[in-house]
Design a protein around this ligand. Structure first.
Ligand SMILES: Cc1cc2nc3c(=O)[nH]c(=O)nc-3n(C[C@H](O)[C@H](O)[C@H](O)COP(=O)(O)OP(=O)(O)OC[C@H]3O[C@@H](n4cnc5c(N)ncnc54)[C@H](O)[C@@H]3O)c2cc1C
Length: 372
């Protein structure tokens, strides 16, 4: 058994890779374990929004945390590009949430008004646009669109490049990447964590569980809980087109290369990541109502992937009381939160204390909700 590393991070998706990169930047010796291509990987199937609008109803701290990440994204993208040579195609022009009926728009306004009015919520401004005002910003919208909300903090990027950049940046900073290394068991022995894979055992002084849906079985081994469940999401990818959309929408965006992505459904179907034609048809139909000219566009690809959802949908960040030095990290917006994970959370983990600001993200809140 060797103890070559200060920290073992389990899970090489966006969450584990952002943390591993952030920890390696701090000079820690980090080993990043990943299960490999057989794994469920939300990080390879997501929509690529860097999104604030609408997040945090029920947990005001989540709104502030998300805004903090989005505000740090330009700096984070620059650091990552320096370390990895990868351009994330980050654009943050603000984003729109379109509504297809007056009732939908009224509901949306009510939701955002309640969100930003919560005590302790870090307020941000959002605009409500009627159809005419929206048509000036988004030429080509269809007659069914009645209006939208807009938040200037929203944006998007290429999520596959983000993942590649995090891995390359991690390696450039001296990290040790261990692919095809499913962690089968973890134990605390003599003040260190022993991590067992098919290739053998290794020791590290600290442990970060960032294994997505795999956290549910790993966390209890070090006295933590991560009752995460899968939630299926599908995406439709159209052919590349001349640029027509300068802003990301919550359910439609055009990449820097011109490709149009339509997203993304939400279904509770367990560990089933197969495609359902009826769901894809609904996504496509809504997109055609938003931009009728998309009716003639070719569909190039479709896919389904599983989100990593906690019981209340908010992140869980926690250090084990039974095994100090072991942390669990899970969230459902790993693209948006990548900057916060690398630049804010990694230093707290390295210091061994998540601090009071992150206490709302402890799984304790789930006990309280259950009891209430
Ligand atoms: C359709 C869809 C659209 C989305 N859109 C957005 C969006 O627009 N913006 C946004 O911010 N987020 C979005 N998300 C969410 C985002 O993709 C996830 O939050 C993020 O990818 C989660 O990353 P993760 O690393 O926690 O999990 P995963 O990507 O699932 O990675 C977990 C990793 O852990 C590894 N692992 C598991 N068990 C073990 C083990 N025992 N040992 C070693 N390794 C293990 C696996 O190999 C895997 O690579 C979307 C998700 C989906 C599905």
């Amino acid at each position: 058994m060797t103890r070559e590393h200060d920290i073992a991070v389990i899970g090489g998706g966006l969450v584990g890779s952002a943390l591993a990169y952030g920890l390696a930047r701090l000079g820690r010796r980090v080993a990043l374990y990943d299960e490999g291509d057989v794994a469920y990987r939300a990080s390879r199937g997501n929509f690529g929004l860097v999104w604030v609008q609408g997040k945090g109803l029920g947990l005001p701290a989540y709104g502030g945390w998300t805004q903090g990440s989005v505000r740090r994204f330009p700096e984070f993208a620059a650091l990552l590009s320096e370390d990895s040579g990868v351009d994330l195609a980050l654009e943050q022009p603000g984003g729109f949430h379109l509504c297809l009926s007056e009732a939908e728009l009224a509901h949306r306004i009510d939701q955002l008004t309640r969100l930003v009015a919560q005590p302790g919520f870090e307020r941000y401004a959002f605009d409500v646009l009627d159809r005419d005002a929206l048509a000036r910003r988004l030429p080509g919208i269809g007659p069914r669109v009645v209006g939208a909300t807009y938040c200037r903090l929203d944006g998007h990027l290429n999520p596959l490049r983000l993942l590649r950049a995090l891995h390359a940046g991690f390696l450039a900073r001296g990290g040790s990447y261990r692919p095809n290394a499913k962690v089968e068991a973890i134990a605390r022995e003599g003040g260190a964590f022993s991590v067992r894979t098919a290739a053998g055992r290794a020791e590290a002084g600290q442990l970060v569980l960032a294994a997505g849906l795999g956290n549910a079985t790993l966390a209890p081994q070090v006295g933590l809980r991560a009752a995460v469940r899968p939630q299926r999401g599908m995406i439709v990818v159209l052919e590349r087109m001349r640029r027509f959309l300068d802003y990301p929408l919550a359910t439609l965006r055009q990449t820097d290369e011109g490709t149009v992505l339509i997203g993304d459904s939400q279904e509770e179907v367990g560990f089933d990541d197969t495609l359902a034609t009826a769901v894809l048809a609904t996504l496509a139909s809504r997109a055609v109502q938003v931009f009728p000219f998309l009716r003639d566009a070719r569909v190039n690809r479709t896919w389904a992937a599983l989100r990593v959802m906690s019981p209340d949908g908010f992140p869980i960040y926690e250090q084990s009381a039974a095994a100090p030095g072991a942390f669990v990290v899970t969230c459902h917006s790993g693209v948006t939160l990548a900057a916060a994970h690398a630049l804010l959370l990694a230093p707290l983990i390295a210091a061994g204390d998540l601090g009071a600001d992150l206490s709302p993200f402890s799984s304790e809140r789930l006990n309280v909700q259950k009891a209430a």
